[in-house]
Design a protein around this ligand. Structure first.
Ligand SMILES: [Fe+2]
Length: 575
């Protein structure tokens, strides 16, 4: 049986080329043990270059060499198969909408033929002198694998949705034991992922990067679709088992996707951006919920009883959408893969390789309780970095108590501790934290950090109190451990934590457990003793558009550049 599987999300076909968010994950005996996105090491946001730094760092972290790696698993299909799937999607789009994607059909026909004839069946790649035959796995199946194998569920519906990969925009599976059984696939060219990226770009933000701003902005707008003429923009059609949208298909046909859309952008003159964001969010929620409902019905028809849902793919970075999915009748729990975007694919590919080829009957080894899968730095290493930077600092054995006091005094603290998080959310180890009391903090702290955000910062709350603050929260709601779902906040609690509740009275909590992050849990507990509120405000520790900090040096630079009040790094405090 294979022991060390390295999952690599990268452009192997052209190692000098780029792809989405490259990353590397090491799966050992079925457990994801170290997972790092290249951007954290290269310091280039959403870096899509070949992840040479992440490969070396993952090996170093585990004290192994490339000789110890048994297999390389890659989250894309052979290009001939992938291009054929794009071609099929283009034809389906024509039959659904009458939009003939002439360029795509011509190109993908040619690519399919060329790659079938010219590309070797087995792709090979050398890393540090060792040649591997790459194991290739479907992009969406890798999203699904991360979501299901890492979830605590023995059986679940698994749904993926994104802006496209291997000719598809989504898929539905039933995960059971160590297997994923496909129900159906969502073709490319008509999906809500493209629609949501279009609104992001139309409102002047960067697509594939700033979609979260739209989700925040949406709460301020009027979402009457008829008034905006958007009620037929996109719909999920259950009997076809796919999304149908003539206007999204036209967008693919007529525009480079980074150009403005013809369906949202022209409306900006007449309506506010808040209304357009609200409309996009409403369409997304309604149609994706219909997709998930249809997938549940399909699973039932095939004899599967499922009441749990696993989600992955960039679309499920949308915390409001995930709340809607949790609220579907018949759904009793939801798990969102914490690295839901393409940076999560390396973990999914490695897990898929392990479970497809091993005799193991249980996926227990893969189930995650935390997502601190990156690098840690000890106090000696941190001290050296502080000395190098000429900062004065104090060492505290009980640093958590000290941090809580500073938070209680209203200080903004850059907290750097333990292993870095995998995925887009900072969960207390690379976080900027503060007290949750001042509603104006969203304005002034974002300004200080040089950010534009419309969603308030997130609350980190200790699990013992989460039920008192968030309506419907249960201790087994693991999605909330990773800040991947919103909840409505109890009316009497909104005034206690106004800095972290949105205008629509929701919040996207990170529920903190002592067993998974004892230091962060203690900070919150000490803060609770001082303030009577078991919540701190949490936002990612990074400065304007840079990746989240990785090393002590990054944290020091972030502290100085962001003019934070305090840097609490390991057991040291700098003010
Ligand atoms: Fe994807």
């Amino acid at each position: 049986m294979k022991k060390n599987i390295l999952g690599i999300q990268a452009n192997f076909l052209n190692p000098n080329g780029i792809t989405n968010e490259t990353s590397v994950s090491l799966v050992k005996d079925g457990a994801p043990i170290t997972c790092i996105a290249e951007e954290r090491l290269s310091r280039v946001k959403l870096d899509g270059r070949f992840p040479t730094k992440a490969i070396d760092q993952v090996l170093e972290n585990e004290g192994i060499s490339i000789e110890d790696v048994d297999t390389i698993a890659v989250p894309f299909l052979h290009p001939a198969k992938s291009n054929y799937k794009y071609l099929k999607s283009a034809w389906k789009t024509y039959f659904d909408t009458g939009i003939f994607l002439k360029k795509q059909i011509k190109d993908f026909t040619w690519f399919t033929l060329y790659d079938s004839i010219k590309k070797p069946r087995t792709l090979k790649h050398k890393i540090h002198g060792k040649e591997f035959s790459l194991e290739l796995y479907d992009h969406h199946k890798c999203h699904a694998a991360g979501a299901f194998f890492c979830s605590p569920f023995e059986k679940a519906l698994v749904v993926t949705l994104d802006g496209g990969g291997d000719g598809l925009d989504g898929s539905a599976y039933v995960g059971e034991g160590t297997s994923l059984n496909r129900l159906f696939e969502i073709p490319h060219f008509q999906s809500p992922g493209t629609m949501y990226s279009a609104i992001t770009s139309d409102l002047g933000f960067k697509r594939h990067r700033h979609e979260g701003k739209i989700t925040g902005l949406a709460a301020y707008g009027n979402d009457d679709l008829e008034r905006l003429g958007l009620d037929d923009l996109l719909s999920y059609v259950p009997n076809k088992k796919r999304f149908v949208s003539k206007r999204v298909a036209e967008h693919h046909k007529n525009a480079d996707l980074s150009e403005k859309s013809k369906f949202f952008y022209p409306l900006l003159e007449k309506f506010g951006r808040e209304d357009l964001a609200a409309a996009a969010q409403k369409i997304l929620e309604i149609e994706v919920v219909r997709f998930v409902q249809n997938a549940l019905e399909t699973a039932t028809k095939k004899g599967h009883q499922v009441d749990k849902v696993c989600l992955a793919g960039g679309v499920f970075a949308n915390v409001k959408l995930n709340q809607r999915i949790y609220n579907i009748e018949g759904v009793n729990n939801v798990f969102v893969y914490p690295a839901m975007g393409d940076d999560g694919l390396s973990g999914g590919a490695a897990l898929l390789s392990y479970f497809e080829q091993s005799e193991v009957k249980s996926k227990k080894a893969a189930e995650i309780k935390e997502i601190y899968k990156g690098i840690a730095y000890d106090n000696d290493r941190i001290k050296a970095a502080l000395d190098q930077a000429n900062l004065s600092y104090t060492h505290y054995d009980e640093v958590e108590k000290e941090i809580a006091q500073l938070l209680h005094q209203g200080k903004i603290v850059g907290r750097f501790n333990g292993r870095m998080e995998y995925g887009p959310r900072a969960l207390g180890n690379r976080s900027i934290i503060g007290a949750p009391f001042d509603p104006s903090i969203n304005d002034w702290l974002n300004k200080k950090l040089n950010r534009t955000e419309f969603m308030p910062f997130a609350p980190s709350i200790n699990v013992e109190h989460a039920k008192d603050y968030f309506i419907g929260y249960e201790d087994n709601h693991i999605a909330a451990d990773f800040m991947t779902i919103t909840y409505d906040v109890f009316e009497d609690k909104i005034e206690k934590i106004p800095a972290v509740v949105h205008i629509d009275k929701t919040a996207r909590p990170q529920v903190v457990r002592e067993e998974t992050n004892p230091s962060y849990h203690k900070i919150i507990d000490e803060f609770y003793k001082l303030s009577g509120v078991p919540v701190v405000l949490n936002t990612s520790f990074n400065i304007h558009e840079q990746p989240i900090v990785c090393t002590p040096e990054d944290a020091i630079a972030g502290f100085l550049e962001g003019k934070l009040d305090v840097l609490a790094i390991g057991n040291f405090i700098c003010t």
